[in-house]
Write a new protein. Structure first.
Length: 138
């Protein structure tokens, strides 16, 4: 009788445990407000970094190069991380533009449509000298 009781208790415990677990469900992406300017990001390979244009800022050796870039309205500026550590591009809060975490060989692009000066820093390493994008008048 004790054996049956122990068996029933063990079986009940397994049923309770099995009933408490739920299959994993995929979470839905959270909607974020659209930025003032168009942004895009590309987890890329070395092939992407090989085509560096004049509107590209390279992140390498804990520095942005060039530190200042001047473009005309409608231009796309791309940041490419060629460093051995991850970085992020963070603009002043009023610009509402921030990159995701950029690993080695990843890039982040912003299309600047409005004239002005857009200052940015490294969101991970504050000791890295920040830079600026100057968008000229048409």
């Amino acid at each position: 009788m004790k054996t049956i009781l122990v068996f029933c208790l063990i079986a009940a415990a397994f049923i309770c445990i099995a009933g408490c677990t739920q299959p994993a469900t995929e979470s839905q992406p959270v909607a974020t407000p659209a930025p003032i300017v168009t942004t895009s990001s590309t987890p890329s390979t070395a092939a992407t970094t090989a085509s560096v244009s004049s509107n590209t800022v390279v992140i390498q050796k804990m520095a942005f190069n060039p530190v200042q870039i001047t473009v005309s309205p409608g231009s796309i500026v791309r940041w490419v991380n060629e460093d051995t550590v991850a970085h992020s591009v963070v603009f002043s809060p009023d610009a509402k533009i921030d990159s995701f975490l950029l690993g080695n060989s990843q890039s982040y692009s912003v299309k600047f449509t409005n004239p002005g000066t857009y200052n940015y820093t490294d969101g991970i390493y504050p000791q890295v000298q920040g830079g600026s994008v100057i968008v000229t008048q048409s």
